[in-house]
Write a protein that binds this ligand. Structure first.
Ligand SMILES: [Zn+2]
Ligand SMILES: [Zn+2]
Length: 282
């Protein structure tokens, strides 16, 4: 069994309309790409900040620019017009846990991805006005990132911790702390160990400046020691990226002794053996 749960039916570009992407024909393009690559378990997880309802949780100016779609229309579309699992990529916003929980608990998901994209008002993975790296001392940014990630796990709101070392996204294009990075990973580990969350292995990092799978092997080893299961995804925003880099990821998981993947339905998790089926994506 291979999975791809972290999938966006629409690109992140501004000026796109949900109506152009939340169509059965578009969902079918993703399903076909998954089938070609031997991925049986396919789900979508649109960004929470795309939905008007997210402004009840957090009114960050960048969210206000983006929050246009209707969350219930998205859920109804996925349930009624596709055969995809229904997920969402929700931010962990410290101090807004109750509001986010209200938004999430009012709908019936197959799984919820939890992401840390922001540290207070600043983004770790966006350039421009909200870029944390404009003023960021790398040690401070990495410390805050992994502390927040641990809190996200501990919150119990999420089934999967998405791209768990996203802070490395820029590679050499942003400052990176010196030395053994495990001192930062440790900051997240108590929260992760105390939680029931699955840890995402995401091939999206291969398409970013860092050019590596998320998370680093040392981070994943610590999660495995803490007994956490693995969820495999590509974070595709177009069908061509479904299962991107899975050959490499599956080999890497085997080297780390991971033989099973987390599979979700109605927020129940089970583990299935990884069985790459010949033609996986590159
Ligand atoms: Zn994300
Ligand atoms: Zn995503």
């Amino acid at each position: 069994m291979l999975t791809d749960y972290h999938v966006h039916l629409r690109p992140d570009d501004e000026g796109t309309a949900a109506a152009d992407y939340f169509t059965p024909a578009n969902a079918e393009r993703f399903r076909e790409a998954a089938s070609e690559r031997g991925i049986a378990e396919l789900g979508v997880s649109e960004h929470v900040h795309r939905f008007a309802q997210s402004l009840d949780v957090w009114a960050h100016p960048w969210w206000r620019e983006n929050a246009r779609d209707d969350l219930d229309a998205y859920c109804a579309f996925v349930r009624e017009e596709t055969d995809l699992r229904l997920g969402i990529e929700a931010d962990f916003v410290p101090g807004r846990e109750d509001r986010m929980a209200s938004l999430l608990e009012a709908r019936e998901w197959d799984y919820i991805l939890g992401s840390v994209h922001f540290l207070r008002d600043e983004a770790v993975d966006m350039r421009g006005d909200w870029d944390v790296w404009r003023s960021g001392d790398p040690d401070k940014v990495w410390r805050r990132y992994f502390e927040t990630l641990g809190e996200a796990a501990r919150s119990g709101m999420f089934d999967i911790l998405a791209h768990p070392d996203l802070v490395k996204v820029w590679g050499a294009d942003a400052p990176v702390p010196d030395g053994d990075l495990r001192r930062f990973y440790e900051l997240a580990m108590d929260g992760i160990a105390d939680s029931d969350v699955a840890v995402e292995v995401s091939t999206a990092g291969l398409r970013k400046p860092v050019g590596e799978v998320y998370p680093a092997a040392a981070f994943l080893e610590m999660c495995l020691e803490a007994g956490r299961p693995v969820a495999l995804s590509s974070d595709a925003h177009v069908p061509e990226d479904i299962g991107h880099g899975y050959d490499e990821a599956v080999r890497w998981l085997a080297d780390l002794g991971v033989t099973e993947l987390a599979v979700f339905e109605a927020r129940e998790r089970r583990l299935e053996p990884i069985s790459p089926s010949g033609s996986t994506g590159t």
